[in-house]
Design a protein around this ligand. Structure first.
Ligand code: SAM
Length: 248
């Protein structure tokens, strides 16, 4: 997977992505990341990437031409067939685990466009972008943080990136439910209690059963909406009923 980011703040993206899981994945060439600055595609002496909004009102709007030329340059340089241009926007499709994991199977390159100011000239979004993706129903000052969220969430799904392949499979949302609670040493904390006994039993079947029950239970408790779309097995149904009975 290749990520090409169009951003007025290239270092904000490259620096943040150089840490942790994404940093290792880039170092090990499991993913590639380049950032392209629209300011490098301007032709006036002020290198302007924005202008006033037609119709008046506060705030500046990012111009079509520097963004379109940057995207063209990425495409012409790399000529990757399975490519999608995604614009970060609060008006876009809300990103979730299934959208991101489907993307890995559908494309080899994502061109991610980070907006700033009041946003981007609508004609760029309509004619150059394949889709608009949103972080959620709130406004942040620029698309870079959204770009980083997408890069991180996709990178950790790529085979070989995480030390243990199963770790992403157990994460919340990967199978439509939340993850179970986790504990580590010490076994007892005076101020916060002890670790559930079953986790110390060494009985792998019992541990798996307990974890599934907790995962289903907390999904029901915290995110009942997710269970509307999840087809539970007979065993999972029984575990959830057991959980509900126990919390009564
Ligand atoms: N005027 C725009 C609106 O109300 O739809 C918001 C512009 S926002 C201040 C500037 C940029 O930040 C947007 O172009 C977008 O790239 C990014 N942005 C802000 N909130 C976002 C969100 N929830 N999801 C994705 N991108 C967002």
């Amino acid at each position: 997977m290749r990520f090409d980011v169009i951003s007025l703040f290239p270092e904000m993206v490259t620096k943040a992505a150089s840490y942790g899981v994404t940093g290792k994945a880039i170092e090990n060439k499991l993913v590639a990341l380049s950032v392209w600055n629209p300011r490098d595609y301007t032709h006036d002496k002020h290198r302007s990437v924005d202008d006033r909004s037609y119709g008046g009102g506060p705030g500046m709007v990012m111009k079509y031409q520097p963004l379109a030329d940057a995207v063209d340059d990425v495409k012409n340089n790399l000529k990757i067939k399975n490519c999608k241009v995604i614009c970060l926007s609060p008006q876009g499709k809300p990103i979730n685990q299934s959208l991101l994991s489907a993307t890995i199977t559908e494309v080899d390159q994502l061109i991610l466009v980070a907006g700033r100011y009041e946003g981007i000239d609508e004609r760029f979004i309509e004619t150059v972008c394949d889709d608009e993706w949103s972080l959620g129903d709130y406004i942040i000052s620029g698309g870079e943080l959204g770009v980083l969220v997408i890069i991180d969430a996709i990178t950790r799904l790529i085979p070989g990136v995480l030390g243990d392949e199963n770790s992403a499979k157990q994460d919340s949302y990967s199978d439509g439910i939340l993850d179970c609670p986790h504990y580590t040493r010490p076994e007892q904390l005076v101020q916060a209690g002890s670790v559930p006994k079953v986790l110390l039993s060494g009985n792998h079947a019992e541990i798996a059963r307990w974890r599934m029950k907790q995962a289903l239970g907390r999904t029901w408790h915290r995110r009942a909406d997710l269970l509307k779309y999840k087809k539970l097995t007979a065993m999972q149904d029984a575990l959830l009923e057991e959980f509900k009975f126990e919390v009564k």
